[in-house]
Design a protein around this ligand. Structure first.
Ligand SMILES: *Cc1c(COP(=O)(O)O)cnc(C)c1O
Length: 346
């Protein structure tokens, strides 16, 4: 890997970050806070939240087996995605390489930040080649994006190929593990010491059932996390979110139960979909959704909408002709989908 200084935009590397009142005071317990122009009334919402989310990171560190200094928390993983562009990619000059198809936010953030986005097409099994990714890169490639299990295809990327890319590419590799709780794969966050160029993303939005609170995690070397912390908004994760997340962590057995139920339901939904005449292929999945090739995605999508059932039409996406992406729901919800599809007349 190149030195992090070489991969970071010079203005960011040299940046003196904003120092908030809560940053400057870190000491023994005090009882009078007259430093942040807060209102003394309306406790506890009158106080600015912990800018570095110390308590939450401590609990997460225990659960995820990653040191707190290697954890960044953001307003969804989407914040972390945007910040890696802003930290490492010089607009109009640098570029990134990503698998195609994948999660749309990587390209949107590239466009917002005026960073050129190079796509490398997956193969017929929705797998990638490290060699092809490296071949698509040049000296201005700062980042590569992988997503495993991948959205919208649902499959795990081959672990050996991810490892190969981490070794072969001298910039940073982002591996988005938003769906890893459903995948049965060990998280790459356990391999941060071996790969200083690795950034792993996870989220509270999927398995944790907390999309509304907006909380995403990035796991990386202490050095990379320090860069992200330097450029984030000082209070990017609000108090209510921090409290809710702590509450969720205390009830992690419930999350584990949801994941178990959803994985069983996923298998049932796959079997039942395969029996339907309008389903051509149900692709293998390690996520909480299924990519399904149907006899006419546009018409079936519109038919389902008319019946009050919303799925995602992915048919305009690379390698996803006539495909719908269907999230695994509760058994009753999936039954309604199946009954409705069974009544569909082509
Ligand atoms: C849903 C999803 C996310 C989650 O983003 P948040 O901003 O944390 O809600 C991240 N990556 C992928 C690939 C996703 O599908």
């Amino acid at each position: 890997m190149k030195a992090l200084k070489e991969l970071t935009r010079p203005n960011i590397w040299n940046l003196k970050p904003y120092s908030s009142a809560r940053d400057e005071y870190k000491g023994v317990a005090a009882s009078v806070f007259l430093d942040a122009n807060e209102n003394p009334y309306n406790d506890p919402y009158n106080r600015y939240p912990d800018p570095l989310q110390g308590n939450l990171k401590e609990e997460l560190s225990r659960m995820k087996k990653v040191a707190p200094e290697r954890i960044f928390l953001g307003n969804g993983s989407d914040e972390a995605i945007d910040l890696v562009y802003r930290a490492f990619c010089e607009p109009g000059k640098d570029n990134v390489v990503a698998i195609d198809p994948t999660y749309g936010m990587y390209e949107v953030c590239a466009d917002v930040n005026n960073v050129s986005y190079r796509k490398v097409r997956l193969d017929a099994h929705f797998q990638f080649s490290a060699e092809a990714m490296v071949a698509a890169s040049d000296e201005n490639t700062k980042l590569m994006f992988l997503c495993s299990p991948n959205n919208p295809t649902g499959n795990n990327l081959h672990r050996e190929e991810i490892i190969r890319l981490l070794a072969a590419f001298d910039g940073l590799v982002v591996v988005d593990e938003a769906y890893c709780d459903f995948s049965g794969e060990r998280s790459l966050s356990q391999s941060l010491s071996e790969y200083p160029n690795l950034i792993v993303l996870q989220t509270f939005s999927k398995a944790w059932g907390c999309a509304a609170i907006r909380l995403g995690m990035a796991f990386a070397s202490e050095e990379i996390i320090a860069v992200l912390n330097k450029i984030k908004y000082p209070y990017n994760v609000n108090l209510l979110t921090q409290q809710r997340a702590l509450e969720a962590l205390r009830r992690h057995e419930e999350v584990e139960r949801w994941v178990e139920i959803l994985c069983e339901e996923r298998a049932r939904l796959m079997d039942e979909l395969e029996k339907l005449p309008c389903c051509v292929t149900v692709y293998p999945t390690h996520a909480n959704f299924l990519l399904v090739k149907v006899t006419g995605a546009k018409r079936i999508y519109a038919y389902l909408v008319k019946e009050g059932i919303i799925v995602r039409n992915r048919s305009h996406i690379t390698l996803c002709d006539d495909c719908l992406r269907i999230t695994v729901g509760k058994r009753e919800e999936d039954d309604l989908l199946l009954e409705t599809l069974a009544k569909y007349k082509p």
